[in-house]
Design a protein around this ligand. Structure first.
Ligand SMILES: Nc1nc2c(c(=O)[nH]1)N[C@@H](CN(C=O)c1ccc(C(=O)N[C@@H](CCC(=O)O)C(=O)O)cc1)CN2
Ligand SMILES: NCC(=O)N[C@@H]1O[C@H](COP(=O)([O-])[O-])[C@@H](O)[C@H]1O
Length: 191
C-alpha cells in the first residue's frame, strides 16, 4: 500500500483526535498530516500544536464544499476522519472523497443519531430512555447525518446507577480503545 495521508476534523476537546495522531505515529504507511477545526477555541488546538499542522476555518468555510475539497487536494489528503466534528460535511466534499470520509458517533446507530444528536445530548437521551446498553458506531459519511454505511460497532453495558456523565465516560473509553484500529483496518482494506 502506498503511504496514505489523513486529515482529522474536530470541533472540541479532541481526545479522539489525539489518540488517532498517537496511533498513526506508529503506522509507517499511514500519516495523520492535518487537523482541521471550525472552532478557533477548540481544546484540540492547544493539545496538538506540536503534533500536527492545523487548519482553522469558520462556519462559512465549513459549509463551503469547493473550499474544503481544494484544501484537501492541496494537502494531498487520502482519507478524512471526523473525530467530534460538529458541522455538516458538504455534499461536494463527499462526492470528491467517495468512501473516504469516516466518522465516529457515540451511540449504537441508527438509535440516537441525526441532527441535534451529538456529544452529551446523545448520552442524556440514552439515559432518559433507560437503555441497558450503549456504544459507538464507526461509519462512512454520506449526505445525511449518521446514515452512512456502518463499518463497526462496539457496545458498553449500562446500569440504573449510570448518569449521562458515566455513560459518556464509558463510551469515550471504547472510542479511545477502538476507533484508531478500525480506521487503520478500513484504510488497509481499501489498499
Ligand atoms: N454529511 C455529514 N456530515 C457529518 C456527519 C454525517 O454523517 N454526514 N456526521 C457528523 C458528526 N455527527 C454525528 O456523528 C453530528 C455532528 C453534529 C450534528 C449537529 O446536529 N450539528 C448541529 C450544529 C452543531 C454546532 O455547530 O455547534 C447542526 O447541524 O445544527 C449532528 C451529528 C459530522 N458531519
Ligand atoms: N455526533 C458526533 C459526536 O457526538 N461525536 C462525539 O463527540 C465526542 C468528541 O470527543 P473528543 O473531542 O474528546 O474526541 C466523541 O464522543 C464523539 O463520539
Amino acid at each position: 500500500m502506498n503511504t496514505k495521508r489523513i486529515a482529522i476534523f474536530a470541533s472540541g476537546s479532541g481526545s479522539n483526535a489525539i489518540k488517532l495522531i498517537e496511533h498513526f505515529d506508529k503506522v509507517p504507511e499511514i500519516n495523520a498530516v492535518l487537523l482541521l477545526t471550525n472552532n478557533e477555541n477548540a481544546g484540540v488546538l492547544e493539545k496538538t500544536e506540536d503534533l500536527i499542522d492545523h487548519a482553522v476555518i469558520n462556519n462559512d468555510g465549513a459549509n463551503d464544499g469547493s473550499f474544503l475539497t481544494e484544501l484537501m487536494h492541496e494537502e494531498r489528503i487520502d482519507y478524512i476522519v471526523l473525530a467530534g466534528y460538529l458541522r455538516k460535511i458538504p455534499n461536494e466534499l463527499i462526492k470528491a472523497f467517495p468512501r473516504q470520509i469516516i466518522n465516529i458517533h457515540p451511540s449504537l446507530l441508527p438509535k440516537y443519531g441525526g441532527k441535534g444528536m451529538y456529544g452529551m445530548k446523545v448520552h442524556q437521551a440514552v439515559l432518559a430512555n433507560k437503555e441497558t446498553e450503549s456504544g459507538i458506531t464507526i461509519h462512512l459519511v454520506n449526505e445525511i447525518y449518521d446514515e452512512g454505511e456502518i463499518l463497526a460497532q462496539h457496545k458498553v453495558n449500562l446500569s440504573s446507577k449510570d448518569s449521562a456523565e458515566t455513560i459518556q465516560k464509558k463510551v469515550l473509553e471504547i472510542e479511545h480503545k477502538n476507533f484508531s484500529k478500525e480506521v487503520e483496518n478500513y484504510i488497509r482494506k481499501q489498499g
